[in-house]
Ligand binder design. Structure first.
Ligand code: PA5
Length: 467
């Protein structure tokens, strides 16, 4: 299983001013943590508790339908194009980047084991969209449009463009190139899918976008490119079982949640840096940043009191960002907790040849790149510790579907527990909804006219210009 090493957060290593007396804090918080874990598990089937993500690892039916569909479309497409944003894209991006062979889309069909290339459009940059349309053969492309609400402007605008082009190329047969993932009954995409007769998958009730990676939101794109989703389910189940343990000394998600909470509230270390030492894990940080930020950045607590709280997540990549961010982390403000992710075994061992023997780089010759990245990760952790900067290390035996699932599920549970410690609702996102609604208003969606007038005044757009 994945493990976490907290020793460099402890006051015995980095001193009392910035470190935590972990043993004593675990003792103090043990009853609270026990109650939180019991409640999470007790309430997970309760309607409106937004905890259905805790059941996704056990959804054999979903697994079966996703695999059946993936098998049905196998060999029919050269490309998969995923349209989605935020929680509807980040999880699958992270899994595909970690688990597919590097440079997947540049490999031949044989090298990809017969599976299609995969592209994600999770932004509305006109140049990006146009350049993708220029290279994709839409006749040979399966589009997976994913939106829980069914109306997110970015995703639906992309979908309108692609659907229009596909229909002019394929006529009514274009439907066979679409698979929609959305709410089971509400939303514009559900209505369109029903009317047009698309194949659909459901984003289950009470699963928020950022907790949806193990629903069809993430599983469909992964299965389409041959990622072993059985392994994913097994990884979730193993971790779920471990995290049902209500003893803080045996529950890594609870330990990590508590450490982050105390570091923020007691020591002013409110910035969470997520820094994997593996290029495959680069987009784990993007997914985590959303999970941590949207879940924990809140205006009010559970009782409605104004609190304006939330730790600030930052993404970094080792060793690359040693050369851009570590100066700040070693010497800047004492406000960051660095989370390393280390991989015990890389897929490859790359040797550095013994050349330039009479120069200052001869020490590298005969070593491996593996030794170098590990030495750099060790060195960075020691240097941070010397500077009394709290840092912890999540260790993954290997980057595969099973351990990725363990890692993601652990981080989800950690976030849910942190939400309870902060006494906020980790599962809503009123701050996101507000900007979404303003966009609808500015783009002239019906029902948003009043808001539009107000907004135009705020932005300073003259009404005559729009008339
Ligand atoms: O986590 C969230 O709720 C958000 O990031 C959503 O996933 C994102 O806004 C996309 O929403 P939807 O899936 O409704 O298109």
């Amino acid at each position: 299983m994945i493990k976490i090493d907290f020793k460099n957060v402890s006051s015995s290593v980095i001193g009392e001013k910035y470190g935590l007396d972990i043993e004593s804090e675990f003792g103090v918080y043990a009853p609270k943590i026990e109650e939180i874990i019991k409640n999470l598990n007790f309430n997970k089937d309760k309607q409106g508790a937004w905890l259905q993500w805790m059941n996704l690892g056990y959804s054999e039916e979903t697994l079966w339908y996703v695999k059946e569909y993936a098998a049905m479309v196998e060999n029919r497409f050269d490309n998969v194009l995923v349209l989605g944003i935020g929680g509807s894209a980040l999880g699958a991006i992270a899994f595909c980047h970690a688990l597919l062979k590097p440079n997947w889309n540049l490999l031949s069909k044989e090298e990809r084991g017969g599976y299609p290339r995969i592209f994600f459009l999770d932004n509305i940059d006109p140049d990006e969209i146009q350049s993708l349309l220029n290279i994709l053969d839409l006749k040979r492309t399966l589009v997976n449009v994913i939106t829980k609400s069914g109306s997110t402007a970015e995703t639906m605008a992309q979908f309108m463009i692609i659907k229009d082009k596909m229909q002019s190329l394929l006529g009514d047969d274009y439907r066979k190139n679409i698979v929609a993932t959305t709410d089971k009954q509400s939303g514009v995409l559900r209505q369109i899918a029903n009317e047009e007769g698309y194949k659909t998958f459901v984003v289950p009730d009470d699963v928020g976008g950022r907790f949806s990676v193990f629903s069809p939101v993430g599983l469909v794109p992964m299965a389409l490119v041959g990622i072993d989703i059985d392994d994913i389910m097994n990884g979730i189940k193993t971790m779920d079982l471990a995290l049902k343990n209500t003893d803080i000394n045996k529950n890594i998600a609870a330990q990590n949640a508590l450490i982050h909470y105390l570091m923020d509230t007691q020591k002013g270390h409110y910035i969470t840096v997520m820094m994997p030492y593996s290029s495959k894990l680069k987009y784990v940080s993007d997914w985590f940043v959303q999970l941590w930020a949207e879940s924990l950045g809140k205006e009010v607590d559970r009782e409605g009191n104004l609190v304006n709280i939330g730790p600030v997540p930052i993404k970094a990549l080792g060793a690359t960002d040693q050369h851009s961010q570590i100066q700040l982390y070693n010497e800047g403000k004492h406000d960051k907790l660095i989370n390393f992710i280390r991989v015990d075994e890389f897929d490859n061992v790359v040797e550095i040849p013994k050349i330039f023997e009479f120069t200052g780089i001869n020490y590298l010759g005969g070593k491996t790149i593996n030794e170098l990245i590990n030495a750099e990760a060790d060195a960075t952790a020691v240097a941070l510790t010397d500077f009394k900067r709290p840092n912890l290390t999540i260790r993954m035996p290997k980057v595969n579907a099973y351990y990725m699932a363990e890692l993601f599920y652990m981080l989800e549970v950690q976030t849910a527990i942190a939400g309870e410690l902060y006494n906020i609702n980790a599962f809503n996102q009123p701050g996101v909804e507000q900007a979404k609604n303003y966009t609808y208003a500015l783009m002239g969606r019906s029902g948003y006219e009043e808001s539009r007038n107000e907004l135009e005044e705020k932005i300073g757009i003259k009404k005559e210009e729009n008339n």
